[in-house]
Design a binder for this molecule. Structure first.
Ligand code: ADP
Ligand code: MG
Length: 323
């Protein structure tokens, strides 16, 4: 129902950056190769995410904004995915219930697209539109009917900063997908989608940083740690530039952060934090994920074994890279 959607919205849609995250994840799920994001102001006036993914079948478009209507259940085949089930089919209806939403979509087998407009998730109006294959979701007047949410938002630089951090992190996890972020009339972030991680890091964190990063790729049994780490003299006071992916998914993990930093501390005693983009590949049976709509916490079954693997991989890579 309408109010159930608004309550769910409180969980899923904390702020404009969480809307962006959900819409971009849907674009990724749709197999998009290009994802373009447009933001006005702090995201409240306008968020638009356009993708060249598979599109939404005409018959499915009304379903997309109904709670728990997800096309993804049949793809859920392992435990790891099952744990995300709690939030399946909630994002679009939740966002729709607290905004003016417009979804235009065209699947590859249609000659025209279909547009659905909603106000607070209601009064749906359909129209035919000309559009390329893929989906474009526009969210205007976010939180127009939930003034408490609106009041809780921070300044435009803060909210936009969170949005661009979100997109940066997602872009780093997907070097094979081209992202652009436009705010308001200017492209402020753009990745090529050519699949080169160092180039993507350059686009997101700056080419000066990307040039100095040291590649890491260590394998032990069925564990693999790969990506880029900064030299010990390229450190930051915040952990903001530490990016961890487990089996391709972005995670938050203080444990990974600590293990990583132990590798650095052996070389140089510092309270500062290295810049890293690290992909960890481990069998899904070795960790649990605790999914919250705005973050993903991970807990490993055997931290005692994994910690030295990570710190030693980092330490040895740093030693070898010394000029
Ligand atoms: P979920 O992603 O958990 O399935 P959502 O509420 O985010 O739930 O989306 C509902 C459904 O709408 C999806 O299952 C999918 O079928 C469809 N959908 C949403 N966004 C897109 C998109 N960008 N491209 C294709 N289909 C989409
Ligand atoms: Mg979704």
């Amino acid at each position: 129902s309408h109010s159930a959607n608004q309550i769910a919205a409180g969980e899923v849609v904390e702020r404009p950056a969480s809307v962006v995250k959900e819409l971009v994840e849907n674009a990724l799920d749709a197999g998009a190769k290009h994802i373009d994001i447009t933001i006005e102001g702090n995201g409240v006036p306008l968020i638009r995410v356009r993708d060249d993914g598979c599109g939404i079948a005409i018959a499915d478009l009304p379903l997309a904004v109904i709670r728990h209507a997800t096309s993804k259940i049949n793809k859920i085949d392992d435990l790891d995915h099952l744990q995300t089930l709690g939030f399946r089919g909630e994002a679009l209806p939740s966002i729709a219930s607290v905004s003016h939403m417009e979804i235009s979509s065209r699947p590859a087998d249609e000659v025209a697209g279909l547009c659905l407009k909603l106000i607070g998730g209601e009064n749906g109006e359909f129209s035919e539109v000309g559009c390329p294959v893929g989906t474009s979701v526009t969210v205007r007047n976010l939180f127009f009917n939930t003034p408490a949410r609106l009041k809780f938002l921070k300044s435009t630089p803060t909210e936009f900063g969170l949005i661009s951090d979100t997109i940066g992190r997602i872009a780093l996890a997907h070097p094979d997908i081209a992202f652009s972020l436009t705010h308001p009339q200017q492209v402020v972030l753009q990745t090529s989608g050519r699949g080169d991680l160092r180039e993507t890091i350059g686009a997101v964190l700056g080419h000066g940083i990307a040039r100095q990063l040291i590649p890491i790729n260590v394998q032990k049994g069925d564990w693999q740690l790969e990506g880029f780490i900064s030299p010990p003299d390229l450190v930051r006071s915040s952990k903001q530039t530490q990016n961890f992916m487990i089996n391709g998914r972005i995670v938050r993990s203080p444990f990974l952060g600590r293990s990583l930093e132990e590798g650095y501390h052996t070389l140089i005693p510092t309270k500062l934090h290295p810049i890293v983009v690290l992909h960890l590949h481990v069998p899904p049976s070795e960790y649990d994920v605790n999914v919250h709509p705005t973050k993903m916490d991970v807990r490993f079954r055997s931290e005692q074994a994994l910690a030295p693997f990570i710190s030693q991989s980092v330490y040895q890579t740093l030693i070898k890279s010394k000029p």
